[in-house]
Ligand binder design. Sequence first.
Ligand code: FE2
Length: 299
Amino acid sequence: MIDLHSHILPGIDDGAPDLGVALEMARIAVANGVVVQACTPHIFPGLFDNSGPQIRLAAQELQRHLDERGIPLRLVTGADVHVVPNMVKGLQAGEILSLADTRYVLVEPPHHVAPPRLEHFFFELLVAGYVPILTHPERLTWIETRYETIVQLFRAGVWMQVTAGALTGAFGRRPKYWAERMLSEALVHILASDAHGARRRPPDLAEGRAAAAKWLGEEEAEQLVSLRPRAILENAAPSAVRAPAGASSMSPEFGKPGLEPEIRSADSRFPWLGARNSGKPQAGRNNESSLSAWFGRFF
Ligand SMILES: [Fe+2]
């Protein structure tokens, strides 16, 4: 498996506090079956002022420690980038890192408020040839009232990363509900651990994969944790990557009291299936006016 979201680099954000914990996290990841681990510390101006060069150095250093101890885990760099102004400039200047220097970049929106002009933020990234991957939509509190925004972003070409622990219930009932709903509606591209420690929020991708496989099947589970992540590392064009597949039946969670049981029929749930790949931006394309028209269809 390939885990594309973790806070394993020691001492630079709210993840691993020191090398000991980072090594323990690496051992847990390997025991989970992870062979490539992306180091994606927060970039959050004023709170976690990490920069591209610092992250690269810290990852090199941790890789050296892993190699010395014979821990078979390959690290790649990235960042969990908060919605910041001038993100494209930051990426182009190397201050902000995409995943393994590909077109794919993790983006973390604010947890409690959907920022105004969020779609324009993503539009700028898409126009510049990047593929934003929205991290843990299932844990954003505003998903409760703005689910349609998430769906529209998906349809416009933004990729979605759900947290493995959300599927196992580690974040409570609401994130579990949204994670399952998004998976069943074929809105999720990848699962990742978003690990922050060895005990609290550990690298638990295997459990997440098993939870997904139970009702999406082995094939889509493999896409979520291995095949699409590999395509990302290979910088594949999004149009060349297999689109997410949904579930033919719902998780038993959907029927439980207090959760929204009303899921539309399969046909109306997937109106965009079959057509969505054709409209995605290609790498290096900068035709802003045609992209603007295309993006405008969704907002
Ligand atoms: Fe994160």
